[in-house]
Design a protein around this ligand. Structure first.
Ligand code: CMX
Length: 481
């Protein structure tokens, strides 16, 4: 692989340390902006609650109660909204607009890279497009806190068995950071509830800063590969953006052309997907009990580890590889179609297809496919090509099968094929990388939930008997009318 070094135009952190006052000032810009925005939105929320608190949003149906609460509007979150046909929008911006407007990485050859995930974080948190300087300040803030405490390092340097699933290792390492949670300490000291968001923010930045090193540590601990957590944190502290140290740590220090940009794109695209998906909702729920951001996000990761959610990327790659091995490189469309029917007839799902909300091809799938197709090496990768080809075959098969509400590919269909091409071949790591990304949205949501003073979540469950009695009542009532 070629070794074109990618980096962004950030000044070196050590040089910046010489003007420590300025660095502190710039890196606190996001927090300062939140300090302006949160009271404004909190006031709007109070007015809405006071004047229209009993206004109905929608009627809840029995199908929703017994059907995983599909489409039930029951949470407040503005970072992103998911339209069934258009896909994700971040504060109103679709993915193409984000790709165009957000500050980007810059390669040392002068070419422009892809949007930076830390710019996406800024957008999710504030609803505003950051300037390059603001993103630089944020990246420096993250880099300064990249190192892991010894107790977390111990876990990732042999403390946890290498055979433990990487997602379990990630979740445990994240939860361990609760040892030094500023949020938990502030709560214990009795800090005013209105101030708690500031501590949630501090913990969230700390966690985002450390996630790349944790992921690198998990990789090394599970597979004995890569540079590990300490080296990843050291690389971060040498300057650069949030992604590059992780890209290098996962590739064992080899600078693979296109890899850092692929990872940046992946991290930006997966940052948030509305508030109700399993990982986002879990962190919201756990955070509503005022558990600190480390515990809340660790819980979210356990949900992300489910095969119907984040683990799907791992499943897809295994599925595509197995199919490739079983049918051979010269498989015809008919061979592939037969293979898919065998899967469906044996009661299994086709991983990477379907979605709880989307009813069209996931635009994140399209964004990764576009990235791959523009890369001379990735576009000719056999597995990448098979994923592209599968799209035209699997959708009609699923349509004919007739069960799936959305017979189109979701993002997990594509991501594993991209990552394996750049050398990250261990499929369980894909969900770990997803876990690094999803923190952008989950943690932002946690900061805002505390800023808006949202209460503990406590929906009402009902028994089958209550539902049955309710139906009888409605029938009798209708009959009498
Ligand atoms: N292959 C085969 N059958 C599928 C299917 C698929 N890819 N997707 C859905 N179905 C089936 C469901 O299992 C369900 O069958 P039953 O009625 O027998 O239970 C039926 O179609 C209806 O399901 P749905 O309303 O279309 O889908 P849900 O909202 O219940 O579930 C999802 C959504 C993603 C869990 C489902 O489509 C699925 O299992 N897909 C495969 C796994 C996957 O790719 N997950 C990643 C999702 C993205 C993410 O969250 O990261």
């Amino acid at each position: 692989m070629s070794t074109l070094r990618t980096s962004i135009r950030y000044i070196n952190l050590r040089a910046a340390a010489a003007v420590g006052h300025q660095v502190r000032h710039s890196s606190q810009a996001l927090r300062a902006r939140l300090e302006e925005l949160i009271p404004q939105k909190a006031a709007r929320l109070q007015t809405l609650k006071k004047e229209y608190g009993s206004h109905p949003v929608q009627t809840t149906t029995i199908a929703q109660v017994v059907g995983g609460m599909r489409g039930m509007k029951a949470m407040l979150w503005e970072g992103s909204e998911l339209d069934a046909n258009e896909g994700i929008r971040f504060h109103g911006l679709n993915l193409e607009e984000c790709a165009e407007k957000l500050p980007k990485a810059r390669n040392v050859d002068g070419s422009e890279g892809v949007m930076l995930p830390e710019a996406m974080l800024w957008l999710i948190m504030t609803g505003e497009i950051p300037t390059t300087e603001q993103v630089e300040g944020l990246a420096k803030d993250l880099a300064a806190q990249a190192a892991l405490p010894e107790y977390t390092l111990k876990l990732l340097e042999g403390g946890l068995p290498s055979s433990l699933h990487p997602m379990t290792q990630l979740s445990i390492a994240v939860a361990s950071l609760n040892h030094d949670s500023k949020f938990a300490q502030a709560y214990e000291k009795g800090v005013n509830k209105k101030e708690l968001w500031k501590y949630a923010y501090e913990d969230s930045i700390t966690l985002l800063a450390k996630l790349p090193a944790i992921a690198a540590g998990v990789y090394k601990n599970a597979y004995g590969k890569g540079l590990g957590a300490r080296k990843c944190a050291e690389l971060a502290q040498e300057g650069g953006d949030w992604t590059q140290p992780l890209a290098l740590a996962l590739s064992g220090g080899e600078e693979r052309k296109g890899w850092a940009d692929c990872l940046r794109l992946y991290l930006a695209l997966h940052g948030d997907h509305e508030g109700g998906n399993v990982s986002a909702h879990t962190s919201h729920l756990v955070g509503s009990a005022l558990a600190d951001p480390f515990l809340s996000y660790s819980a979210a990761l356990n949900g992300l580890a489910g095969p119907l959610h984040g683990l799907a990327a791992q499943e897809v790659l295994t599925f595509v590889k197995t199919m490739h091995d079983a049918l051979g490189a010269d498989a015809s469309d008919t061979d592939i179609e037969g293979y898919l029917w065998d899967v469906l007839n044996s009661g299994r799902v086709i991983p990477g297809y379907g979605h709880g909300v989307l009813r069209k091809t996931d635009p994140r799938f399209t964004a990764l496919a576009k990235f791959g197709s523009s890369s001379p090496t990735l576009s000719s990768d056999p597995l990448f090509r098979l994923v592209q080809r599968l799209q035209a075959i699997a959708t009609p098969v699923l349509q004919k099968h007739g069960k799936t509400a959305n017979p189109f590919p979701n993002v997990d269909s594509q991501s594993g094929a991209c990552m394996q091409h750049f050398g990250l071949e261990e499929a369980p790591m894909y969900t770990v990388v997803f876990g690094v990304s999803r923190a952008l949205g989950c943690l932002s949501q946690g900061v805002w939930s505390r800023g808006l003073g949202l209460p503990i979540e406590r929906p009402k469950s009902v028994s089958l008997r209550v539902l049955e009695e309710g139906v009888k009542g409605a029938g009798a009532g209708a009959g009498q009318a």
